[in-house]
Design a protein around this ligand. Structure first.
Ligand code: FES
Ligand code: FES
Length: 206
C-alpha cells in the first residue's frame, strides 16, 4: 500500500515536472493576464519562399534557441513543435482556456495568442523551467500535496499563472489567488484545490 502510494506520488512528480516533458497577445486584464507589448520587438530576419519565414532567437527557461519559424506560427506551436517543450498545452487555441499559459517578462500570457516572431528579446518561462534538477518548484509540490491535477490538462497553465502571481505578490490572499488563476479554465472544476495549492506555496515561502 505504501509502495502504491509512493508510486502514485512519484508519477505525479514526474508528471508535474514534465507537463513538464522535455522544454498571448490577447489582453484579459480582468483575469490577471496582461496585455503584451508584442509587436515592439518584431524585427525578424525574413527568409523562405515568399518571405514567409523568419529566423529568430527565443530565450526560453534561460536558454537561447535559434529557430526558423513561419510568420504566422504562434509561440505555443513553436515551443511544442520546434523546441519539444510540450508542457505548454493547447486547448482552445484562441485565447480562452489558459492551457497554454507561460510567463513572458514576468507576466502570465496565453502562448497561443502570441506570434513567435514577437518574442525576440523577451524572457519566456515555461513549466519545464520551474524545477531545479530533481527538485520541483514549491508551487509544483503544493499542487501535488493538494491534488491540484485531476485530468491534468489545465495544470501547467494553472501553475504558470500561480507562479506569475507569486512572483509579483508572494503573499496573496484567497481572493487574489482566485483572481490570479481566473484566466485558466479547469474542465474538471478543481478550482478550490488549485487555489489552495497557490496559498499553500505562498505560506511555505515565509
Ligand atoms: S490554448 Fe491558449 S488560451 Fe486556450
Ligand atoms: S484538472 Fe482537468 S481540466 Fe483542470
Amino acid at each position: 500500500m505504501e509502495d502504491e502510494k509512493k508510486g502514485t506520488r512519484l508519477s505525479r512528480r514526474s508528471f508535474l515536472k514534465g507537463i513538464g516533458g522535455g522544454a498571448i497577445g490577447t489582453a484579459v486584464i480582468s483575469t490577471g493576464l496582461v496585455k503584451s507589448d508584442s509587436a515592439e520587438g518584431y524585427s525578424p530576419e525574413t527568409s523562405g519562399a515568399g518571405g514567409n519565414r523568419a529566423t529568430i532567437t527565443l530565450k526560453v527557461n534561460g536558454k537561447a534557441y535559434r529557430v526558423e519559424v513561419e510568420h504566422r506560427s504562434t509561440l505555443a506551436e513553436v515551443l511544442r513543435d520546434e523546441l519539444g517543450l510540450t508542457g505548454t498545452k493547447i486547448g482552445c487555441d484562441r485565447g480562452e482556456c489558459g492551457a497554454c499559459t507561460v510567463i513572458i517578462n514576468g507576466h502570465n500570457m496565453y502562448a497561443c495568442s502570441q506570434l513567435a516572431v514577437w518574442m525576440q528579446g523577451k524572457d519566456i518561462l515555461t513549466v519545464e523551467g520551474l524545477a531545479k534538477g530533481d527538485k520541483l518548484d514549491p508551487l509544483q509540490e503544493a499542487f501535488i500535496e493538494h491534488d491540484g491535477p485531476q485530468c491534468g490538462f489545465c495544470t501547467s497553465g494553472q501553475i504558470m499563472s500561480g507562479k506569475a502571481l507569486l512572483m509579483k505578490n508572494p503573499k496573496p490572499d484567497e481572493a487574489q489567488a482566485r483572481r490570479g488563476l481566473s484566466g485558466n479554465l479547469c474542465r474538471c472544476g478543481n478550482y478550490n484545490r488549485e487555489v489552495a495549492a497557490v496559498l499553500a506555496a505562498a505560506a511555505k515561502s515565509s
